[in-house]
Design a binder for this molecule. Structure first.
Ligand SMILES: Nc1ncnc2c1ncn2[C@@H]1O[C@H](COP(=O)(O)OP(=O)(O)OP(=O)(O)O)[C@@H](O)[C@H]1O
Ligand SMILES: [Mg+2]
Length: 224
């Protein structure tokens, strides 16, 4: 499996920027392949989240195409794209997005329950244990600290054993030990065949990545 971005770009309009029109991401080619962990680093506002959201079907590029199995995912209707996202993609959003009225365990299991898949409660408990939040399984998501919510989001992104994982600063609120645990889970998912995109500020991410890119003012370049 691979997901292939061909010349994807995103412009936004915004008052206060001379022309009101700017490229958050300039035309970019990027292929994410099964078994590979790709890290993207770069300054705040450089376009990392915009790029990630275009790749995972959440934000329509203003130029270019995103191909999955050779098909342009933005040519599909919203329903097909959203089903594709639920089945094939695990996203750890930069801003956490759990459902506050569900418990941690319910939030983690939810993506697997949506299309009538197998019961993954056991796997959810295992993930929560690895992430050090097993004892919070029955707590409402709205009661979590930032780092706890982040760990719930990581478990939720992994529950369906997705083909593509997009993790947007998944360790933002975590200590070094838990950061290594999360990177280890992502590495392990890649070893088992996922294509993983990791956006991070952590310097040690390179040790877990197969390749590193740097985003600078909307332009992606190979890093070290
Ligand atoms: N919906 C939007 N409308 C207008 N401008 C936007 C929108 N989303 C993002 N931008 C702008 O696009 C640029 C890139 O934003 P993006 O969120 O991709 O940056 P980032 O690299 O993820 O930053 P950070 O490290 O702070 O998360 C920024 O200048 C941002 O203000
Ligand atoms: Mg961002």
């Amino acid at each position: 499996m691979e997901i292939k971005a061909e010349g994807i770009a995103r412009t936004f309009f915004r008052k206060g920027r001379g022309t009101n029109f700017f490229y958050a991401v300039h035309p970019t080619d990027l292929t994410l392949r099964s078994g590979t962990l790709t890290a993207v680093v770069g300054k705040s506002g450089s376009g990392k989240t915009t790029l990630a959201n275009m790749l995972c079907g959440l934000l329509r590029p203003t130029e270019g195409r995103v191909l999955f199995g050779g098909e342009n995912v933005y040519a599909w209707d919203d329903r097909r794209r959203s089903e594709w996202r639920s089945r094939k993609i695990g996203v750890v959003p930069q801003v956490s997005s759990g459902l506050q009225s569900l418990t941690v365990l319910e939030n983690v299991v939810l993506p697997s329950a949506m299309y009538g898949g197998a019961d993954r409660t056991g796997f959810a408990r295992e993930l929560l244990k690895t992430l050090g939040v097993a004892e919070l399984s029955d707590v409402y998501a709205g009661e979590l600290s930032g780092g706890e919510a982040r760990r719930m989001a990581v478990a939720r992104a992994l529950i369906n054993v997705p083909e593509l994982i997009v993790a947007d600063e998944p360790t933002g609120d975590l200590d070094p030990e838990m950061t290594r645990t999360v990177f280890g889970l992502l590495r392990n998912a890649a070893e088992k065949g996922a294509a993983v995109l990791l956006i991070t500020h952590e310097e040690n991410a390179a040790a877990f990545a197969d390749r590193v890119f740097v985003m600078e003012k909307g332009t992606l370049s190979p890093g070290f």
